[in-house]
Design a protein around this ligand. Structure first.
Ligand code: PGA
Length: 254
């Protein structure tokens, strides 16, 4: 795992967006796996800026969605579909047919959750998967548990996730208790994974995750240690405990 520590959230977002731009430049038909949550908002804003400055063409790019709440309409302003449309998809020249969002329609045909994984495979697999991390170590909505699901599935949200994510809801009473998420294998099949962590709330989990010498379903992110191409981009606030433990021997960018 490569670990890049940045001075602040802005530098983290710059670094992440530059990696995504480089991926698209090298392969104009790149398949991107998109995370949601607070952390990548600024990264997406920088991608939109790059598009507006004619630095990138999304017309051949394909995107897949990491996870979505269950029980929200896709047009609900608290859904992740809405979030992605607002932050990125509607602001660049992505083609409609290249946007693949997880939706309750997948559930209407019962066996079709695995169809999502097959759809990713049929599109050549994900070139670059962007991930955040929950303060409990979840990736996507693969929550700490005794077993982790391999493929796209319905997940029961952890209490901690519900508590944290509810604060972001416009209508807090609508916070769902379940979600659809890509599984560990779905994420793992990506050729490259970029995990972002920002802010002091992530300092404990990033210390536990990076220093963990085992892989454990109690910290789902530890499974990323088995993947050969993971870049962790972390700002100083989220890296504080990890750096305290490690000393100052780290890659550093401004
Ligand atoms: P956040 O969420 O970016 O809002 O911190 C990350 C996650 O839960 O995966």
């Amino acid at each position: 795992m490569d670990i890049i520590v940045t001075d602040d959230h802005d530098a983290l977002s710059n670094k992440a967006s530059e990696i995504i731009l480089e991926c698209i430049h090298q392969k104009p038909g790149s398949v991107l796996g998109l995370a949601t949550g607070r952390t990548p908002v600024e990264t997406y804003r920088k991608l939109v800026q790059a598009y507006e400055a004619d630095r990138v063409d999304f017309s051949h790019v394909k995107v897949f969605h990491l996870d979505e709440y269950l029980g929200l309409d896709k047009d609900d302003s608290d859904s992740y579909s809405y979030y992605l449309h607002e932050t990125l998809l509607d602001k660049v020249n992505l083609r409609k047919e290249n946007i693949h969002l997880i939706s309750e329609r997948l559930l209407e045909k019962r066996r079709s959750l695995h169809h999502y994984d097959r759809l990713i495979d049929r599109n050549g697999g994900i070139d670059l998967q962007l991930l955040g991390i929950g303060s409990n170590g979840h990736i996507g909505f693969n929550e700490p548990d005794t077993d982790l699901y391999l493929d796209t599935h319905i997940a029961k949200l952890a209490k901690e996730t519900i508590r944290t994510n509810r604060t972001l809801f416009n209508d807090k009473s609508k916070m769902p208790s379940k979600a659809i998420t890509m599984g560990i294998r779905s994420v793992f099949k990506a050729r490259r994974i970029i995990l972002l962590a920002s802010g002091p709330d992530k300092s404990d989990i990033m210390n536990d995750f990076i220093h963990s010498e085992t892989i454990t379903p109690s910290i789902p992110a530890t499974f990323l240690k088995l993947h050969g191409n993971v870049t962790v981009i972390i700002d100083k606030a989220a890296a504080q405990k990890y750096l305290d433990k490690k000393g100052n021997d780290h890659d550093h960018i401004n």
